[in-house]
Design a protein around this ligand. Structure first.
Ligand code: SF4
Length: 506
C-alpha cells in the first residue's frame, strides 16, 4: 500500500464532491503558543466534545468547546454528519475566532465531534488541527482525541516502512492508519483492533457518516464523561461542557470501554475493547487542569481543591495575616487553607484577564515583564502583612520566584509558599506538556534549596497521601485509582526509551 488513507480537505465530503487534495500544512503563528511561556505552568492537553442525535449538533459543539477552551487554545474544530457525509471546519485559534454564525450554519447534521487543541507532540499548524478527517475504503472517518500515545513513533515507523504516507505529525493519524489497515470491514471491530495496538492515555471520539464511537484508554488516564440532552447523547472531557449546553451528566466512561451510537439503531451500545484495569485518572486534573465547576468521577474539582488546601494547612500551618492564592487554579485551595486556619483569605494577587496572547518570544527580560502583565499584587492587601501564598505546583520555579518578588515589592513582610501538590519531579508521557526532568526544579533541588531559589520565607508541599485523601477517591475501591507518576515516578503503563524520546501531548 502506498496510500490506503487520505486526509480530506474542504467543507463537504459526500462522495463525488470529496476533495482529494491534501492539507498544505499552512503555518500560522508558528512557534508561538497561547501558552506563551510567560507563566511557568504545565501546558493543558486537549478537549473533546461530541453530540449524537440533536438537530443543533454544531451549535452545541460550539458552546461545549467554549467551556473546554482552558484545555487548549491553539486550534478548534467541529465535524458534523448528516447521515450521508461530513461537514467540517477547523482553524487555528480560539473557538470564538475560528467559528461564526455562517460557519456553524454550514455544519448540518445531528451528530458531531469537536476538539480544542494544545499541541506539544505534533506541531502547531492547521494540518494537525482536529478533528482529523480521513477517507478510507470504508468511507469517511473523523477522529478527535485528548491524550498521548506512548508507542506512536514506533507504529508510525512500521507503517511508513510498509508504505503508509502520513499527512500530519499528530499521533491521532496513527490510529486512523491502523483502522484503515484492519482486516475488519466493521468499523467497530476495526477500531477495537487499532486501540489494542496503541499504548498511552487517550479519550477518542471517532465518527463515520452514521456512527459515533467513544473510547477511553484501559487505565482511564484522561477524564471522559457521558451526558444527556433530551434524547441526545453528549460526550466531553469535562462535565462543565454539559452545563454550557443545558445537558446533564449521565456517567463517566470506564477505562477500556467503547461506546457506540448508530443512526440505524436506538440507544447506546456499551462495549469494551480492553479488560477492566485499576483506573489511573490523572491527579493533576484535580489539582490544576480541570475547571473548578467540573466533576470527575462525581467529585467536584473546586471542592477537592479546597480539601487540598485544608490538608495543606493541617500538614504545614504557619502563623500569618492573610492567605492568598495564585489565580485562577489555586484560589480554591487558598480558600480551604484559610478556612482550616482561620487566617483571612484575601485577593492579594489579581490576574489581568485581558492581556490576550502575547506574540513575543519571551526573552528573560520580557518574561519578567510578562508576569507583571498577567499578575498584580494588591498593595493595600499585602503591604505590612505576613502572607501565605498558595500555588498548585512548582514546575521550573521561575514563576514562583517572580510572584514572591511581586508580593515583596508590594510590601509583604513575609511570604510563606504552600503548594497544594507534592513536588513535581517526573515528566508526563500522557498528554501533559512538561519540561524534561533536568528543568523540573523539584527533581534537581531539595525543598530547602527550592525555598531559597524562590526567595520564600518558608515552603511546604502537600504530601501524596494528603493529596489522595483530599481528592476523596479511595485507592482501594475498584476503579478508583490515580496516576501520580509526576510525583512518585510510578507510571501506570510501561515507559520505554522510545516513550521518553517521543514524549509529548497530542
Ligand atoms: S504523570 Fe502526572 S500529569 Fe501525567 S497523567 Fe500522570 S498525574 Fe497526570
Amino acid at each position: 500500500m502506498s496510500d490506503d488513507i487520505r486526509m480530506s480537505d474542504g467543507m463537504r465530503s459526500d462522495g463525488n464532491k470529496l476533495s482529494n487534495h491534501m492539507w498544505t500544512g499552512r503555518f500560522y503563528n508558528d512557534g508561538v503558543s497561547s501558552h506563551d511561556g510567560l507563566l511557568d505552568k504545565l501546558g493543558e492537553e486537549c478537549g473533546v466534545f461530541g453530540v449524537f442525535g440533536h438537530p443543533d449538533a454544531a451549535s452545541l459543539c460550539y458552546y461545549g468547546l467554549h467551556a473546554l477552551q482552558h484545555r487548549g487554545q491553539e486550534s478548534s474544530g467541529v465535524c458534523t454528519t448528516d447521515g450521508s457525509g461530513f461537514h467540517y471546519h477547523r482553524g487555528m485559534g480560539l473557538v470564538k475566532e475560528v467559528f461564526d454564525n455562517d460557519k456553524l450554519a454550514a455544519l448540518a447534521g445531528s451528530s458531531a465531534i469537536a476538539h480544542v487543541r494544545y499541541s506539544t507532540a505534533g506541531e502547531s499548524r492547521l494540518a494537525n488541527a482536529q478533528p482529523l478527517i480521513f477517507k478510507y475504503r470504508g468511507g469517511d472517518l473523523a477522529i478527535a482525541t485528548n491524550g498521548n500515545l506512548t508507542n506512536a513513533a514506533r507504529i508510525k515507523e512500521e507503517l511508513e516502512r510498509q508504505g503508509s504516507i502520513f499527512q500530519t505529525t499528530s499521533d491521532t493519524e496513527v490510529v486512523a492508519h491502523l483502522i484503515a489497515r484492519s482486516q475488519h470491514d466493521d468499523i467497530v471491530l476495526a477500531v477495537k483492533e487499532a486501540l489494542l495496538k496503541v499504548d498511552g492515555a487517550y479519550a477518542f471520539l471517532i465518527q463515520t457518516k452514521d456512527k459515533l464511537i467513544a473510547a477511553l484508554d484501559p487505565h482511564g488516564l484522561r477524564p471522559f464523561v457521558i451526558g444527556r440532552l433530551g434524547n441526545a447523547y453528549l460526550f466531553a472531557s469535562e462535565t462543565c461542557a454539559f452545563d454550557a449546553v443545558g445537558g446533564t451528566y449521565y456517567r463517566d466512561v470506564s477505562p477500556g470501554e467503547l461506546l457506540v451510537l448508530d443512526i440505524n439503531s436506538a440507544g447506546m451500545k456499551e462495549d469494551r475493547f480492553a479488560p477492566i484495569k485499576q483506573r489511573a485518572i490523572c491527579a493533576m486534573e484535580y489539582i490544576y487542569f480541570a475547571r473548578p465547576d467540573s466533576d470527575m468521577d462525581e467529585i467536584n474539582v473546586h471542592s477537592a481543591r479546597k480539601r487540598m488546601g485544608r490538608q495543606l494547612a493541617i500538614e504545614s500551618f504557619v502563623d500569618a495575616d492573610v492567605v492568598t492564592g495564585v489565580p485562577d487554579s489555586s484560589i480554591s485551595a487558598a480558600i480551604g487553607y484559610a478556612e482550616q486556619t482561620g487566617i483571612p483569605y484575601e485577593l492579594g494577587l489579581i490576574k489581568n484577564r485581558y492581556t490576550g496572547r502575547t506574540f513575543i518570544q519571551p526573552s528573560q527580560e520580557l518574561r519578567e515583564q510578562g508576569v507583571k502583565m498577567k499578575l498584580s499584587a494588591v498593595r493595600s492587601i499585602v503591604a505590612g502583612k505576613r502572607v501565605v501564598m498558595i500555588d498548585d505546583s512548582i514546575v521550573r520555579g521561575t514563576t514562583s520566584l517572580r510572584i514572591v518578588n511581586l508580593l515583596r515589592e508590594a510590601g509583604a513582610t513575609e511570604v510563606h509558599v504552600r503548594i497544594s501538590s507534592p513536588p513535581f519531579m517526573n515528566p508526563c508521557y500522557y498528554g501533559i506538556d512538561t519540561p524534561d526532568r533536568k528543568q523540573l526544579i523539584a527533581a534537581q533541588k531539595s525543598v530547602e534549596e527550592i525555598r531559597q531559589a524562590i526567595n520564600a520565607d518558608s515552603l511546604h508541599f502537600l504530601s501524596k497521601e494528603g493529596l489522595l485523601s483530599a481528592i476523596g477517591r479511595p485507592e482501594g475501591e475498584t476503579n478508583r485509582g490515580h496516576c501520580t507518576a509526576c510525583f512518585d515516578n510510578r507510571y501506570p503503563t510501561v515507559i520505554t526509551e522510545e516513550t521518553e524520546i517521543g514524549c509529548g501531548c497530542e
